[in-house]
Ligand binder design. Sequence first.
Ligand code: SF4
Ligand code: SF4
Length: 708
Amino acid sequence: MTVGLVLTAFAFAIAGRRLWWLNRLAMSGQPAPERIAAARENVGRDVATEATEVLGQRKLLKWTVPGVAHALTFWGFTVLLLTIIESYGALFSRRFAIPGIGHWAFIGFIEDLFAVAVLAGLITFAVIRLRSDPHREGRGSRFFGSHTGAAWLVLGMILLVIVTLLLYRGAQINTGVFPYAHGAFASQIVGHWMAPLGSGVNSVLEVVFLLGQVAVVLVFLAFLVYSKHLHIFLAPVNVLFSRRPNALGPLEPMRSNGKVLDFEEADPDTDVFGLGKIEDFTWKGLLDMATCTECGRCQSQCPAWATGKPLSPKQVILDLRDHAFAKAPYLLASSDEEREKLPDAVKAEAGRPLVGSAEVHGVIDPDVLWSCTNCGACVEECPVDIEHIDHIDGMRRHQVLIESAFPVEAARMLKNLENKGDPWGMGAARRAEWMTELDFEVPVVDGKIDPDVEYLFWVGCAGALEDRARKTTKAIASLLHTAGVKFAVLGPAETCTGDPARRIGNEFLFSMLAQQNIETLNEAAPKTIVASCPHCFKHHRERVPAARRELRGDSPHPAAGPAGGRGKAQARRAGGGEADLSRPVLPGPAQQGVHAAARDPGGGARRAGHRDAPVQGTRLLLRRWRRADVDGRAHRQADQHRAHRGGPGAVPGHDLHCLPVLPGDARRRGQREEELRRGEGDPRGRRRGPAAGPVGEPGGEPGRRRRH
Ligand code: SF4
Ligand code: SF4
C-alpha cells in the first residue's frame, strides 16, 4: 500500500506541475472572451457537441477502421476507470469491491469486455502503423512528420495496463479474493491458465501485478502530459471552445487584446495585427497546438500536401507547438532580468521570426503559408477541432498588413480588387457583357429594386467575367427566365465580395469591398438574393452579418431550394420531357453549408418525372475534385459527370459550376493530349509529387486506397 501511495503522489506531482505550466503558457496568449461567451451562452449545444464529438467519437468514426479502433480504446479506458478504482481499493483491502456495484457480474463482464476491446484496438493500431510506416511510405503516410516513437511507446504502455490488469485479476480468482463470481470471462480464462501455479505463487503474483498495474497507470499518466497523448485531457476542452458549428465558416474579425480591431483607431505599434509572433495567438490557439494528436488526418486530406507542396497542416500545428514550448521560458519569465539569465538556446528561439525562410530560421516558411487554398479539409477532418485556417490566415494577415510580404501574384490580384473591383482588373463595365449574349433582356437594378422582382441574382466576378463561368451564369439566367421567375442583376454596380482579399490576409481591403456591397444592397433592398457562386453565397449568408437582417440567404441554386420547392424552376425541354433538377458541384468542405443545401432540393422539387442530378458527399467531392488534380485526372472526373448528366432530359451546362477551379487541370490535360499525340508521356497522367494518387479512386494505386 505504501509503495502504491508513494508512486501515486509522485506521479500526480509530475503531472500536476506539467499541467500548471501548460496552463500558464496558454494564458500567456491573447484573450479570447468571445469563446468563453459562446460556451456560456450555448450550454445545450455544447453538451450535445461533447456527447457527439468526444463521447460519440463522431469525427474519428468517419474513418471506419481506425475510428472503431480509437472508439474501442477510448470507451475501454472510460470503463476501465472502474478497474483503477478497484486496483487502488485492493491496495488497502484485498477483498475490496466498489460499493454498491462491486459484485455485479455485469460490471465484471463489462470490464473484461472492454479490456479485450482495448487489446483489439491496440492490435489494429499496430497494424495501421506498420502498414503506413512513414519511413517506407514517405509523404504518402499520414504519420509522416509525427513522433512515431512516442506513439509506439504509448501503445506498449496501454498493452501493459491491460496485461497487468488481467494477470492480477486472474491471480485474485485463484486466491479467492476476486469480487465477481461470474461475468469476468477474460480474467477467468487468465486465472485458469495461472491456476496450476498454486495459491502461494498466485498470492505473490497478485501483489506483484497489482503494484505493476498501479505503477504502469501512473507512469502512463506522467508520460501523457509530456506527449501528444495530452489530447486525452485537452480534447474535450478544445472541442468545447472551438468555433461552432465549425471553423469552416467566415473568418473571424481581427482582434487585439480580445477586442475587434477598428482600423480607424488601431495602432500597429500597440495593437495586435494578425499573428506576427507566437504570443499573438490567443489561448485557444495555443490550446489547439497542445491538443494535436499528430494523427495526420488533416495532412492526408490536404490538397496542397497531396500535390507535393511544402504545406502540411499537421506540420504547421506541430512547428507552432514546438516553437511555443521552446519559447515558453521566455514568455513566462516575469522580468527582463530573468529573461537575460535564460539559456542561449531559449533566447535564440525567442528571436526566431514566426514566418520566415530557412535562412532566417523562421518557424513557418512563407512557401508553406502561401500554399494553403483555404479549402477547409484539415478543419473538417481534425478529430479535436483544431482551427488550422484561422491560424494560417492570421499569419497571412500580419504578413500582408504589417510586413507587406506576400506573393507577387497576390499583389496583382489585390491591386485589381482595389482599383477595379474584380480579381482580374477587367472593370465594372464588362460585368454586363454576358447579358448581351442572351436572347432575352435581363433587368439591371438601378437604385432600388423593382418591388415585383422576387430575386436578385448575384452573378459574382467569375460568373460575369470569366469565359467558362459566364456560360454557367447564362444557363442559370435562362433557367430563371424559362421558369418565369422575376429576377434582376446588379450589373456594373456589383463588385467583388472581398473574399479573395480576406483569404489572402488583406482584411482592410475586404472591409472596404464588403462595406461597398452592403451599401449597394441596402439601396437596392432585394427580397432574396440567389447566387450560383458558393463563395458569394456564403459571403452574403454568413460573412456580412450587418446585411443579414435585410438579405435572406437562399439556396445557392435557384432550382434547389425554395424556388424549386414552389415549382417555379421546373424547366421543360422543348421536346416536352422533364429536365434534371440540376444541383451544383461545389468545390469542397469550405462551402459545406451550401453543399448541404444543394443536396436537398426540397420536397416540391421531387415530383414525378424529375430526376435529381447526383450530388456527391462533401468529402468525396474533395477527393474527387481536389485530389483528381493530384495526378491530373480531373478530366476523367469531369467526363464522368458529363456522362452522368448527359442522359435523356439533361440540361446542358449544368456541370460548369466552379470551372475556375479547373483551368490548371484543363491545361495539363491539353499538354498530356499533345504529348500523347506526339507519342510521348504516360497516358495515365504524370504525377507531380510523391504523395500523388487519388485515394480510393478507380485506377488509383491500390496501396493508396486504404485510409489508416
Ligand atoms: S485549408 Fe486546405 S489547403 Fe489549407 S492547410 Fe487545410 S487542407 Fe491544406
Ligand atoms: S491537427 Fe488535427 S487532424 Fe491534424 S494531426 Fe493534429 S489532431 Fe490530427
